[in-house]
Design a protein around this ligand. Sequence first.
Ligand SMILES: Nc1ncnc2c1ncn2[C@@H]1O[C@H](COP(=O)(O)OP(=O)(O)OP(=O)(O)O)[C@@H](O)[C@H]1O
Length: 525
Amino acid sequence: MTFEQAFPTFTNAPKTCRHIISTLFCDGSPWIQTEEQSLWPGKEKGNRKSVVISKRLALTGISKMTYKEEFIDLRDIFSVKMKRRRSIGQKRGGTLLGLTVFLCIRKGRKLKQGLINLHNLSEDYCAIWFKQLKEILNGFPNRPKSLKVIINPHSHKGEATNIYNEHVEPLFKLADIQTDVTVTKYAGHALALLKECDLQEYDGILCVGGDGSVSEVTHGLLLRAQMDAGKNTNANFTPVRAPLPLGIISAGSTNVLAYSLHGICHPVTAALHIIMGNIQPVDVCSFSSNSKLLRFGLSSMFGFGGKTLAIAEKHRWMPSSQRRDFAVVKTLANLKPDYCELSFLPTRDSEFTFHRDSKKKTDNYDYYDGKGQWRHIQGQFLNVSIMSIPCLCSMAPRGLAPNTRLNDGTMALIVVRNTSRQEFVRHLKRHPTLKDQFDFPFVETYLVEEVKLQTGPPHNFVHSEYEQNGEAHTIPTEDIYSLNIDGDLLNVSSEIHIRLHPELLNLYGSNIEELDNCNAKCSCL
Ligand SMILES: Nc1ncnc2c1ncn2[C@@H]1O[C@H](COP(=O)(O)OP(=O)(O)OP(=O)(O)O)[C@@H](O)[C@H]1O
């Protein structure tokens, strides 16, 4: 008797489901070639494979299955559970109904949970399949068993804990991932924790929060790696890679890293990337001053970006969405350029790009005449951005730096020279549109490996005033300026040296190549 004759209801199930079930029972070798994994191997009825599989299914005694999705493969499974009927309040035992297989399903950039119910009343059959599936799941690389979770309870609208408890923790439980949760009590708590906790207990770190929290955890994790490797961070050192991958559950207002990584802010997608062990290496920058390491980070802004964050931080009492818009408007109202000297090393293996008429730059430019040579520019700048990731966010769905990638070994250096407020606003307003935000004569972009940023000639210095014998005196003090590093504010007074370190950090996630298809809308300009 064929399988179809034995179990007529099963013939209506999607072919891919039959394919999955069959692969579970190929003794010793549950795998089918890649090209066959996403589709039923034989389209024509009665071919050799389908007959073999049908026989196997007949032997297993599968009586019924339900599943709506198509095109899945074994690697999409992240959990298997025994399915039992239990009366209300009953916690153990119950009548066995079969197995439930949990799957990760991709819908565009989103990942969601799916399931297949395999109905079978035999304890013996279910025990065998359960064991075999568990073995398969344990064999997948990078899937974490234990995570250190760090939650900032104050991020954005204070929703981080809820987001974790409602959307993430149940999935981790389903996937049998152990978690050790710390809810931070003060700014800098995550950094202190990562400096001293025993990381060997964990397979990965998870940060639930906004950009500032992610930045602190990224820095903490990389700093810890340097401490463990005995690196002297006060010299021009070559950093070692972070020991554990980092997962990000976005709970902030802008969530630049989460957007750049997942293309969307969706806690379930982020959680499933972690569960499935999807790893994406990213390039990281180190920020040093006077040969002293200040910070590891992924993006930085000086000028408009730094001042906006400084104002936003001073108005933390405002709701976060209003705070950001308020800070943008206030900084625009007082728009002033800063004098700045920039030295940079263009990327060796890629042409740096100009987005303005190069003829107009002859007065300021020491033209690049070979690869690997330092270049220098100086003048009055409204904003300088240095970014090792594309920095996607709702205000810039294609990215603040769409000309770089997560791990392409380059940083984007974007320089906005002094211009009128009106022109600068035009440049900002292009970020959420499909128009090129760099196509202005006052904007220049380069792909670089290293940057030195020096600001504030004597006439720009901050002066402190005092009175002596009735006379007013001024003392020039150091020029302190605000640097926005991944949404965290850093006040600096001397030259900043920014170096790129390719693939220094592994993140749980995937690479988003099709940036232009993102439909997010601007909310602040
Ligand atoms: N318990 C805490 N109390 C106060 N500050 C905290 C606490 N935990 C973390 N922080 C700090 O809060 C800062 C901002 O956090 P985060 O970026 O997560 O929120 P946000 O600013 O609301 O989000 P976004 O940056 O997306 O607007 C971080 O720099 C972090 O160091």
